[in-house]
Design a binder for this molecule. Structure first.
Ligand code: ADP
Length: 464
């Protein structure tokens, strides 16, 4: 008996069966290899996509400006896809036209020079050409063969350089297109869904870069505008201060002459003219005196703002005693009672702080009610700052006037009721604000007013 052709095969039937099995197994193995190869390729593609997205994300975060982020993106997509031309259009400010940016990827700059030149000389409105189509559709587009595309104005140049397939995607900020990135290839290529999907993600990411850049520019523009306004304001303010000072200063001289001669007129001729003339002269004397007081007040206000703040260690107890000394006559005339608490030592301008106390205490005595004036002065430490107060039991201040009394010339009473110029509190405000603090008024429990002011960070610690 002859040996079987294939070991284990006893007959021709067995051989056929074995051959068929071998063929089936080979097919199955080939199919499995095909699937594995496809899966590996897809994995590689996916890995490449992720690397591209990562490169774009890194470029987006690191880019010092939009152009460098765009350049990284165009290079990355060209490298990833193998397409040799990439270019970016951005939408014009008026939102009408896609304008070339000069951001390119060109594998072979010499070969594509003509196409680049024509592109850079072109702008596209909605619906026209590749960028216009992206602007209109707000979605990626794919053109298999640009030369055969009627809506491709650069066709002529494209033909010259052998450009065929094109794909482009929008750069989006929220729902709006702000630019388009276009790519060209010398091959006629079928749409690649993976590439288009990838492009959409990249477009959104680039939109964020542009948006961030716009915000940064806007912030810088506003900051610059603000600093310009602030300089202008400072300038205007200085001029105004200068004007107020010069005007008040120059007014004092002629006014002094008028006051002097009117006084003379009164002394020499009082009783010699008729009764009305004496009355008129009296009005002129009053008027000039009031005007002198006003101008003196204005000058003093103006000086408070202009003079250099001389900061030294100031014991406010001494400052207060000095102020009370200055006001001694009016305090004793009003038979006012002054209650002094312990005051702190602060860093400040002694002369200005003394002026502050003088103004507040003189008001506290002046705006008295029917009872004997009682003025209390003291200090409370709150959160590292000194809250000082001057409170009285006087006529009080209606809540709706509590802010405006600190304005220059603001008075709640006529000169007939209480004498004054309406400048004292505006000087107080200026002094406190120049010391970095604030001043306000509250109602004293049981009636009257309590003026409070804060001198922040001017405690003992600030002096050492
Ligand atoms: P003047 O005392 O010269 O009128 P001020 O600027 O010092 O000017 O004060 C402005 C106004 O605020 C005063 O005319 C008065 O109506 C009100 N005022 C100030 N201090 C007191 C006070 N202690 N009690 C009541 N009213 C006050």
């Amino acid at each position: 008996m002859s040996e079987p052709l294939i070991r284990g095969a006893e007959s021709d039937d067995d051989v056929d069966a074995l051959r068929a099995r071998w063929t089936r197994e080979r097919k199955a193995r080939l199919a499995a290899e095909g699937i594995a190869e496809k899966a590996t390729r897809e994995l590689y593609d996916r890995k490449g996509d992720l690397e591209l997205l990562e490169a774009v994300a890194n470029a987006s975060n690191a880019a010092k400006d939009v152009r460098s982020a765009l350049k990284v993106l165009v290079d990355a997509v060209c490298e990833r896809s193998g397409w040799p031309i990439g270019h970016v259009f951005l939408l014009s400010r008026d939102g009408e036209t896609m304008v070339p940016t000069g951001v390119w990827h060109l594998d072979d700059p010499e070969r594509f020079a003509g196409f680049k030149r024509i592109t850079e000389a072109s702008t596209f409105t909605s619906g026209i050409g590749v960028p216009g189509k992206v602007l209109e559709s707000r979605a990626p587009i794919w053109i298999k063969d640009a030369k055969a595309e009627p809506n491709f104005p650069r066709a002529q140049a494209a033909e010259g350089v052998g450009v065929n397939a094109a794909f482009a995607f929008p750069i989006m900020i929220e729902e709006s297109v702000v630019g388009a990135v276009e790519f060209f290839s010398p091959l006629v290529a079928e749409p690649d869904d993976r590439l288009l999907g990838l492009a959409a993600q990249v477009g959104t990411q680039l939109g964020r870069v542009i948006e961030r850049d716009r915000h940064t520019r806007e912030i810088a523009r506003r900051a610059e505008e603000l600093s310009r306004y602030s300089t202008e304001l400072e300038h205007a303010n200085d001029e105004l201060k200068e004007f107020a000072y010069v005007a008040s200063h120059d007014l004092t001289e002629p006014l002094r002459t008028i006051a002097g001669f009117v006084q003379l007129l009164k002394q020499r001729y009082e009783g010699q003219l008729d009764e009305s003339a004496d009355e008129f002269i009296g009005f002129i004397v009053d008027g000039t005196e009031r005007m002198q007081a006003l101008i003196e007040g204005l000058l003093s206000y103006s000086r408070t703002g202009r003079s250099e703040l001389v900061t030294t260690r100031v014991d406010l107890n001494d400052t207060l005693n000095r102020a009370i000394g200055v006001l001694a006559a009016s305090i004793s005339k009003a038979e006012a009672e002054i209650e002094m608490g312990e005051l702190p030592v602060v860093a400040g301008d002694a002369a200005q702080l003394s002026r502050l106390f003088e103004n507040l205490i003189s008001n506290a005595v002046k705006f008295r009610a029917d009872k004997k004036p009682v003025v209390k002065i003291g200090a409370i430490e709150k959160g590292g700052a000194w809250h000082l107060f001057v409170s009285d039991n006087g006529i009080g201040i209606d809540e709706r006037h509590r802010e405006r009394i600190f304005n220059v010339f603001e008075r709640l009473h006529g000169a007939g009721e209480y004498q004054g110029t309406g400048i004292g509190l505006s000087i107080c405000k200026k002094v406190v604000e120049r010391h970095g603090g604030r001043i306000w008024v509250e109602k004293t429990a049981g009636g009257g007013s309590t003026f409070m002011f804060v001198l922040p960070g001017l405690g003992e610690a600030a002096i050492s």
